[in-house]
Design a protein around this ligand. Structure first.
Ligand code: NAD
Length: 290
């Protein structure tokens, strides 16, 4: 199914290739990115000069922005567009659950529906259309959206009906991913001290009980090769973990490991290597965690 014209705002490492896949599925798109739309939009898409212009030409608008405050601000710009036709906002940003609820409630005041729909799978998954997408919205809206989501996210899941539940699913996933990266870095540093070869460790652990996504994906593809090019910034990993820990505190949920991971690993790495890719956790671990 295609909708008349879809909007896409935020064409970065994730939003750029997601918009390409949405267009490739036969959907007409109007796009906007504050850093320059023309060089980031898919071929054939219309270029808007503001979020408001997108709101005036598209009934369904996707957001893939750096964080919750920016997504909330852009949602406000959509709402305020004088001749808006937008009726649904699909938020692919990783915001916190609270931020998603705030954006949902703000949009609801003007009758615009909201689905939180953060993604997992990295820039390579975004290019391949194989992302996981964690969607929280009503059954009726999910049914309408699903044909649009699947070309971007083969692994879309309708995880809940309450705003913020998609974000909560994403944050708990990224806590696990961040822990796997940190723990695997420490384990491989130990192995190296014992004279074990990194490629051998990866090959062996990947078929053993310690396997995880760091060992099956990030280490073989981005760290062993020293390319450090996952496209997921340390700044974004730290933002996600901070949101997770903040939510745990708010709900008095267990957080011993996540708090330690934030304070002693990712938070420190952000201070030492503010512009790094998150796969640089291994060199960070070697130099910092002695
Ligand atoms: P990015 O920084 O590469 O892209 C964000 C884009 O938003 C940029 O092109 C920027 O110019 C644009 N932008 C910022 N403010 C804007 C505004 N006010 N109006 C219009 N455009 C604006 O970030 P990314 O890596 O694509 O991540 C986007 C979201 O997806 C983040 O919330 C991130 O946590 C999440 N995410 C990222 C990955 C990854 O591997 N990169 C994986 C899963 C989820």
């Amino acid at each position: 199914m295609t909708e008349a014209m879809l909007g896409f705002i935020g064409l970065g490492n994730m939003g750029g290739p997601m918009a390409v896949n949405l267009a490739a599925a036969g959907n007409a798109l109007i796009c906007y990115d504050a850093s320059g739309t023309a060089e980031r939009a898919p071929d054939g898409a219309q270029h808007a000069s503001s979020a408001a212009e997108v709101a005036e030409k598209a009934a369904i608008v996707f957001l893939c922005l750096p964080d919750g405050p920016i997504a909330n601000k852009v949602a406000g710009e959509l709402m305020a567009a004088p001749a808006r036709i937008v009726e649904v906002v699909v938020d692919n940003t990783t915001s916190g659950a609270n931020e998603a609820r705030a954006t949902h409630d703000m949009l609801a005041e003007t009758g615009i529906a909201y689905a939180d729909a953060p993604v997992s799978g990295g820039a390579s998954g975004a290019r391949a259309g194989t992302l996981a997408m964690m969607v929280a919205t009503s059954d009726a809206l999910y049914t309408r959206l699903e044909p649009l989501l699947l070309p971007m996210a083969k692994n879309a899941r309708h995880v809940g009906r309450e705003p913020g539940q998609g974000m909560a699913m994403k944050l708990l996933n990224n806590f696990l991913s961040g822990m796997a990266m940190a723990a695997t870095s420490e384990a491989i540093a130990f192995g190296a001290r014992q004279g074990l070869d990194m490629a051998t460790i990866i090959d062996t652990v990947s078929v053993s009980s310690g396997t995880n996504t760091a060992i099956t994906d990030k280490f073989p593809k981005r760290i062993l090769s020293e390319s450090f090019d996952s496209g997921f910034a340390t700044r974004l990993m730290t933002k996600d973990l901070q949101l997770y820990v903040d939510s745990c505190k708010q709900l008095d949920a267990p957080r011993r490991l996540s708090e330690t991971l934030l304070e002693q690993v990712w938070g420190q790495m952000l201070v030492d290597m503010p512009a790094s890719d998150f796969t640089e956790i291994y060199p960070f671990t070697l130099t910092r965690d002695k």
